[in-house]
Design a binder for this molecule. Structure first.
Ligand SMILES: Cc1ncc(COP(=O)(O)O)c(C=O)c1O
Length: 499
C-alpha cells in the first residue's frame, strides 16, 4: 500500500519534533520495506515550506541556537530537498482546485487526490484526528499504520507502476502539453517521435501507426501482398505475426526455429520458398534480433523483401545495427509491456554478435509445468511465451503443417518466462532466485550450481542459466526429454494469446 503524507507528518520528520518524529519515520520505513510508495502532494509545497520553516525556527529557539532569517530559509529548503528525494510528487489537478466550499480546503484537496488511486491501494498518513474520524477508511495515523501486519509482498509479471516512477514527471508534463494544444491527431509530438525513432534506429523513414499489428499489416499491404501469395514466417510468436498475413488474404508458411534463440532458423528457409513466396517475415523474439544477415542474403538471392517483426526487440542490436532497421521494413510495438531500451538493463545471453533487450527472461526447463506450479505457490509470477506454436493451432490446421516444426513444438513445452524489467528490485530478484533454488523438481537428473556463469556459450541445449543479478547464477542441468506427442494428444492446448 502507498501512503500520501499529510503536511503534519512531513513536518514532524523534517523538524525532528521529539514527541512525533520517531513513529512517523518508522511508518515511512515500513511502507518502503513493504514495497509501497511515499507521495507528497505537489499542491502543498508552499504550506509545507512555511510550516517546516516555522517548526525549525522553534527547534532552533528551543535548543538556544541563534539563526538568521536567511540561514533559516536556506536550511529549510535543504531539509525539504533531502526529504523529498525518495518520495513521489503527486500532481495537483484542476479538479482539486475548486475546494473553497470545504471547511478545510487543504484536507479536501488531499482526500480528492486519493480518488485517483485504486481502492485500498493508498491511505493518507496523518495525525489529524478530525480527518481520521471523518474518513476512517482513507486515513491512517503513524501508530495505527505501524500496528498493521505486513501484507504478503506481491510480485507482478508486468509492473508498469514501478517503471512509471522514473518517468512520471515527463509523462505528466507531456500529456498536459497535448491536452493544452489539442492536436490529438498527428500533432507535433507525433512528428517528433517519428524523427527521433528514425534517428535512433538509423532508418530512412519512420511512420507511426496505431499498433504493432497494424504496422505489420500496413507493411504487407504496402508491398502489395494479397490473395494467392505466401509469406515465410515463424510459428513461435505472438498471434499478430501470422494473423496479418491471413488478413491480407495471403498464406503463412511456417519455418522451424533455432533451439538456442527461439528465432526462425535461416538455414531452413530456402526449402520452403515457392514461386508464390512474396516476403520473409522473421520475428526478433524475446528481445534478441533474428539472424538478419543470413535471412537478408536468402531474400536477396530470390528478390524478396524482408519485414522484421521487431515488436519485442526495439533497442536490441545485431552486428552494431539497431533492430527495426535490419531489413527492407521493420515494425515495432509500443504495447505497454514491451521493452524500452532507454531503461532496459542489459544482461547477457544473446548471440555474440547481438544485444538483447530481454523482453522477458525466458528459460527452457524440461519439467516446466512442475516448476511453474511451485513458483506460483511461492507467489513468483511467470508466463509462457508461447504454449502452442501457431502452426499447431486450429486456425492454421488446414495448412497441413502441424508436424513440420519439431523444434518449436519442443520449445513450446519447455519455455517459461520470468519477469524482467529495470525496476525489479534486488530483494525481488533474490526472492525469485531463492524460489528457484527451492524448486528441485523430482524425476529429472539435475544439478543446481551456484556461482558466476560468465561463459555464455554453455547456455545451449538443455542448460538453463539465470543471471538475475551480477552475483547469483543458477544453472540447472537436465537430461534431454523425449519429444512431446503431437497436438491432438496434448490436453489443454491453448491458443497463443500471451504477448
Ligand atoms: C512478436 C509480436 N508481433 C506483433 C505484436 C503486436 O503488437 P501490438 O500489440 O502493438 O499490436 C506483438 C505484441 O503484442 C508481438 O509480441
Amino acid at each position: 500500500m502507498d501512503l500520501l503524507l499529510d503536511i503534519n507528518v512531513a513536518v514532524n520528520i523534517c523538524a525532528k519534533r521529539p514527541a512525533y518524529y520517531q513513529d512517523a519515520d518508522l511508518a515511512l520505513a515500513k511502507c518502503r520495506q513493504e514495497g509501497g510508495r511515499l507521495w507528497l502532494y505537489a499542491g502543498s509545497v508552499q504550506t509545507l515550506e512555511y510550516v517546516t520553516r516555522d517548526a525549525l525556527k522553534h527547534t532552533f529557539k528551543a535548543e538556544g541556537q541563534p539563526i538568521t532569517a536567511r540561514q533559516l530559509h536556506y536550511h529549510t529548503r535543504q531539509v525539504l530537498k533531502t526529504f523529498a528525494e525518495d518520495k513521489q510528487w503527486l500532481a495537483a489537478l484542476a479538479a482539486e482546485g475548486a475546494v473553497f466550499d470545504s471547511e478545510d480546503p487543504e484536507d479536501e484537496q488531499l482526500i480528492r487526490a486519493l480518488d485517483r488511486f485504486g481502492p485500498g491501494t493508498i491511505k493518507l498518513l496523518t495525525r489529524d484526528r478530525d480527518l481520521c474520524d471523518q474518513y476512517p477508511e482513507r486515513t491512517i495515523t503513524p501508530a495505527a499504520y505501524l500496528a498493521q501486519p505486513a501484507p504478503p509482498r506481491r510480485l507482478d509479471f508486468i509492473d508498469l507502476a514501478a517503471q512509471q516512477q522514473h518517468l512520471r514527471p515527463q509523462l505528466e508534463r507531456n500529456l498536459h502539453r497535448v491536452l493544452h494544444h489539442g492536436q490529438y491527431i498527428l500533432g507535433p509530438e507525433v512528428r517528433e517521435l517519428e524523427a527521433r525513432l528514425a534517428a535512433y534506429t538509423g532508418g530512412r523513414h519512420s511512420i507511426t501507426v496505431a499498433s504493432g499489428t497494424e504496422a505489420l499489416l500496413i507493411s504487407l499491404m504496402a508491398l502489395g501482398i494479397g490473395p494467392g501469395d505466401e509469406v515465410i514466417t515463424t510459428p513461435f510468436t505472438f498471434v499478430a505475426t501470422a494473423e496479418v498475413i491471413v488478413l491480407v488474404g495471403a498464406t503463412p508458411v511456417f519455418v522451424d526455429i533455432e533451439p538456442d534463440t527461439g528465432n526462425i532458423d535461416a538455414r531452413l528457409i530456402e526449402a520452403k520458398l515457392s514461386p508464390r513466396t512474396k516476403a520473409i517475415m522473421p520475428v526478433s523474439l524475446y528481445g534478441q534480433p533474428a539472424d538478419l544477415d543470413a535471412i537478408n542474403a536468402i531474400a536477396a538471392r530470390h528478390g524478396l523483401p524482408v519485414i522484421e517483426d521487431a515488436a519485442q526487440s526495439f533497442g536490441a542490436t545485431y552486428k552494431g545495427r539497431q533492430s527495426g532497421n535490419l531489413s527492407t521494413l521493420g515494425c515495432t510495438s509500443f504495447f505497454p509491456s514491451k521493452p524500452c531500451p532507454s531503461v532496459a538493463k542489459p544482461l547477457p545471453w544473446p548471440q555474440p554478435d547481438r544485444t538483447s533487450v530481454f523482453a522477458q527472461y525466458t528459460l527452457r526447463v524440461p519439467d516446466r509445468d512442475a516448476l511453474l506450479a511451485r513458483l506460483q505457490t511461492a507467489g513468483i509470477p511467470t508466463a509462457v511465451h508461447y504454449p502452442v506454436p501457431l502452426n499447431e493451432q486450429p486456425a492454421y490446421a488446414h495448412l497441413g503443417c502441424t508436424d513440420c516444426t519439431p523444434v518449436a513444438r519442443q520449445m513450446a513445452c519447455e519455455v517459461m518466462s520470468l519477469t524482467m524489467h529495470p525496476a525489479l528490485s534486488e530483494a525481488d530478484q533474490d526472492r525469485i532466485v531463492a524460489s528457484l533454488q527451492a524448486s528441485r523438481i523430482p524425476g529429472a537428473d539435475r544439478d543446481l550450481a551456484f556461482g558466476s556463469c560468465r561463459n555464455l556459450s554453455e547456455l545451449v541445449g538443455n542448460h538453463v542459466c539465470l543471471l538475475l543479478n551480477e552475483s547469483v547464477t543458477i544453472r540447472l542441468r537436465s537430461r534431454p526429454t523425449p519429444a512431446p506427442p503431437p497436438p491432438e494428444a496434448r490436453p489443454g492446448s491453448m491458443p497463443t494469446m500471451t504477448r
